[in-house]
Design a protein around this ligand. Sequence first.
Ligand code: BGC
Length: 791
Amino acid sequence: MLKIITNFKLFILLFLMILGAPVNAEFDESTMAKKIDQLLSKMTLEEKALLTSGRDAWSTQPIERLDIPSIWMADGPHGLRRAPTTYTWGYGNQAPATCFPTASALSASWDMDLLKQVGEALGVESNALGVDLLLGPGINIKRSPLAGRNFEYFSEDPILSGKLGAAYINGVQSQGVGATAKHYVANNVETQRMWANSNLDDRTLNEIYMTPFEIAVKEGQPWSVMACYNRVQGIYGTESLQLLTDKLKNEWGFKGFVVSDWDAVVDRVQGIRAGMHLEMPGKPARITNKMVVEAVKNNELEEQQLDTIVKDLLRIVFMGQNTDDKHGDQNIEQHHQLARKIAAETITLLKNTEKLLPVDPAKYKKIAVLGEFAVNPRYQGNGSSQVKPTQLDKFIDIVRNEYGQSVEFIYSPGYSLANDDDLSLVEQAAAVATHADLALVMAGLPLSYESEGIDRTHIDLPPSHNALISAVAKAQPNTAIILTNGSAIAMPWESQVSAILETWLGGQAGAGAIADAVFGKVNPSGKLAETFPVRLEDTPAYLNFPGEDGQVIYGERMFVGYRYYDKRNIEPLFPFGHGLSYTDFGYSNLKLSASDITDNDQLQVSLTVTNTGKVKGKEVIQLYIADKQSTVQRPIKELKAFDKIELESGESKDVSFTLTKRDFSYYSKVYDRWIAESGAFDILIGASSRDIRLQAGLNLSSTENLQYKMTEFSFFSEYWSNPQLKPLLIAFMPKWIKAMTPKGKPIEEAKIEDFLQQQPLIKFPYFTGGEVDEQKIKAFVKQINQLTFNP
Ligand code: BGC
């Protein structure tokens, strides 16, 4: 009997795992809700305040008297930084863990299955190290290439960031460990990060910066969301009712808890009112606990608000205790191999004009390996995300061991990582290149260039790296550049070389992945998740980064990344979505399920992709939408869907996408909602944002009935250019409009000068010489606002 029960439990567990549910078979929501209600009724006010602040650096406060356990949190995101104890910081003495490629590498894979695998592996390691909640992924938007934490974030595009974030979260949480979507929201600059105000308009906030979080919550339901350090529209991210309750909880259905970024809390009482559940870390919270208690006693904070926070938090605390796999195997060997496989999927071939890559060992017997990165790899970024790797591969060792049978590899450092400006090693490296058949130059950004807490001030490589590349390119025509960096860089030498391989910050096994890509064991399939500009001056936030006096003005609005380069018609160095392969792909057969749709319909898009080259490869198919007719400013095109497929040489596969209203919509501040306007749209299928292969048009009709929201300050032109309102305006001020009508023409063809059209209606008592007055205008506006229209 016992065996049957155990088998049944196993079956349920397997079933839940297949569904992607956390491995916490006994977690029953309604039983849990009852248990939590009972606990709450027994808790004192002081205990509630205590629970909603951390115990120490990494854990929540247990309450032994009530059997309330504690959960252990750890960074995050591309590996675990688990401190020796919950009350030590764990910088340098953290437990060894697999260091996977960082987010800017992972995103170049454009592969949601891969992100899920990374998440699963992180979940396994979390369990093994006793961690209940992982502090990742970071899903903020890369607004400027200068932002210090870009290596920790996925993309400049909200859909790509959100989808990859959700996949990672689902992977982690499939292991019964929680994930944390961070840093909510508009956390895009490190300079003055605990005060900087992200000063942006609602449309931009919703369309660009909130969307990744919305997708992550709706498609991943993370156990936790981390509130940012910065202010957003003047209010701290830890104190914003609109962000934490209205959007996150009420609109998107977030069920987890909001944790403050470490030391982000300024006013904890306001935080609780707004919907922040947990202040971290614990130490300053000892003071703020008293404030919370006082606030309730003084009726400045309703105890019920505190209760709601406590309940949400307890639900996750008990979930964290409910994993069957705690303290399982960390799978160190297996995860090292996985880290190599994953890194290989992220490598992005930027240029290969002479088809130098993959390197043919039969042709090139003597290969110069130049650059200190070959022996001293750069594999992750600086700051709280720093993992202590379980092992660390070096490129020179890997190529000699695995590819050295018929090839001689000669190493020369080319530069010193200890001194960026020291050019003394360049000449010798160039000489080595001259006497070899081919040169591989390993260059990029040293660790100190990319760090949490500090922004970059330029996008250049160290002078010694640039000098090395130029010198070697002159000395050896067969030169391939292998780049290691976590964010976009300038490449003044781009035209001097024929092959550039971007390998990002590839984690502890990245060197093996690079070798596999260089020698063709792996066919590169990465695509840029961020634009590489020619120069810093070309970038969207150039004039408004990092901001000053605590204000960061998001003047480029929603024109971030490729949206900006498209609109300004600026040629980037390498565009968003770009990445080559050792094979070629043909795109054909684009079909839309309809050419006329309403905003309630789903649109099916399908196409065929064929591998027209000689080797197996993977392609990322990108779907962009262009709104051809809009009453508001819109980007030229926006990514809405993508897929990655693998094809044998000569093989074809069909790819399909489903689009819905949201994909055609913009965010209206006036209506505080997403609106898909009637009109013409194009569906663009690209191999990159600047390599559109297929295109088809459709017409969308809105079924919505929106009520006008005019005021006395709405402009004359808003009525005059609107066919529904124009006759009403004519009826409202007939004399004046008549006077503006050329002889013999109907009044509808009145010639109203532009400068008059651009006046708010409230100015018309003056222009019409008293035909209308303020009262009449207000009544007219009221009458208009009773009417509805189809957007
Ligand atoms: C970082 C977070 C991190 C936390 C804990 C903060 O400084 O912004 O990303 O999770 O520290 O280390």
